[in-house]
Design a protein around this ligand. Structure first.
Ligand SMILES: *Cc1c(COP(=O)(O)O)cnc(C)c1O
Length: 381
């Protein structure tokens, strides 16, 4: 089955009780038993829910995994992955990652003696010197957030495998339409389904796809034991959103390409970060491991101040000033004060996350309107 057909059909069957073509929202906390322990495989809704299971089956096939395990948010999903570890274990992570992921690793898991070292993975050979006997997980985010660097998933996973280390790829920015990390050697794939999978900015949800049955079993145990499950209504919304994933991402990527080119020519703009440019430092690997170059574009300003960025950010009309990404509507954000405010300024500047850096999540509107919107806002400078 090819990708677009999988999106619509894979893992999704008409409801057995009624024939409903669309998966119902099984809004129930419990299930009847004919005699103690005699039930239809459904006992309590933290453990079993058919709306959730259908969603998990569907995501698992898109990511070519054994199964998917879903959670109430992307960070709850990441929390479950980190719970696979024990005190004394170490994590190696991409240095330029989602602020909430950084916060979870440093502020919560440090307390339990699970230490994360953040390293630049753009040159995969660079990570080898950080691997110790205690390293048990390599956390890869690519494209990175918000600098849009690309990490060679295949190369990093090969190094991890050599040392017997698990790999998890946060595939939120790319979505399975653009990149399938398990095919490149990853053990686990994380999604904040709040973003492209859901795609309509109306739900918070997360999931982890596992390559093997054994990893699925461990995650399934954590899902039930710790209990950060998504509600059935939220699973329904993600299922519904996912059916147009290919169309939305295709269009958003086209729009992003045109917008990135426009920004690159603009005299008020200093740097444009977009892996689709031939002169982007990781362009070659982006081309190899991704179908298109994504719909996220970051740029900073010649006047590299928070004040200048603020002028642009408050003047756009179609680009809505808000956290998040991956919805049908275009969003504009300021990582230094919004998504990445929990990362110290010194750390931010090290990776190029300047005070004027602006991040765009390009939606599926008409590119002409979006470009005009940005050009008008840049006139404020
Ligand atoms: C949003 C996001 C997360 C966290 O997901 P939530 O659903 O907000 O908990 C993790 N990683 C990336 C790359 C994200 O963009």
């Amino acid at each position: 089955m090819k990708f677009n057909t999988k999106v619509i059909h894979s893992g999704i069957k008409p409801d057995e009780a009624t024939g409903a073509v669309i998966t119902p929202i099984y809004q129930t906390s419990t299930y009847v038993q004919a005699a103690p322990g005699d039930h239809k495989g459904f006992a309590y809704a933290r453990t079993h829910n058919l709306t959730r299971k259908t969603l998990e089956d569907s995501i698992a096939t898109l990511e070519n995994g054994f199964d998917a395990v879903s959670f109430s948010s992307g960070l709850a999903a990441m929390d479950a992955v980190l719970k696979l570890l024990k005190s004394g274990d170490e994590v190696l992570s991409t240095n330029d990652i989602y602020g909430g992921s950084y916060r979870l690793m440093t502020k919560i898991y440090n307390k339990f003696d699970i230490k994360t070292t953040f390293v630049d993975m753009q040159n995969p050979a660079n990570i080898e010197k950080y691997i110790t006997k205690k390293t048990k997980l390599i956390w890869i985010e690519t494209p990175t957030n918000p600098m849009l660097n690309i990490i060679d998933i295949k190369a990093v996973c090969a190094i991890a495998k050599k040392h017997g280390i698990l790999t998890c790829v946060d595939n939120t920015f790319a979505s399975p339409y653009l990149q399938v990390p398990i095919d490149l050697g990853a053990d686990l794939v994380l999604h904040s389904a709040t973003k492209y999978l859901g795609g309509h900015s109306d739900v918070v949800h997360g999931c982890v796809v596992a390559r093997t049955e054994a990893l699925t079993k461990d995650l399934r145990f954590i899902q039930n034991a710790a209990g950060a499950i998504p509600g059935p209504q939220d699973c329904f919304l993600v299922l519904r959103g996912m059916k147009t994933l290919h169309l939305r991402v295709e269009r958003a990527c086209e729009n992003a390409k045109r917008i990135a080119k426009m920004l690159k020519r603009h005299p008020k703009v200093k740097n444009v970060y977009y892996p689709g440019f031939k002169d982007h430092k990781n362009h070659k690997i982006a081309k190899e491991q991704m179908r298109h170059f994504g719909a996220m574009v970051s740029f900073d300003l010649e006047d590299d101040t928070f004040e200048a960025a603020s002028k642009v950010l408050s003047k756009t009309r179609f680009f809505i000033l808000a956290e998040s990404l991956g919805g049908v509507e275009s969003l504009i954000g300021h990582p230094a004060t919004m998504t990445h405010a929990s990362i110290p300024r010194k750390e931010r500047l090290k990776v190029g996350l300047t005070d004027s850096l602006i991040r765009l999540s390009v939606g599926i509107e008409d590119a002409e309107d979006l470009m005009e919107d940005l050009e008008k806002a840049l006139l404020e400078l």
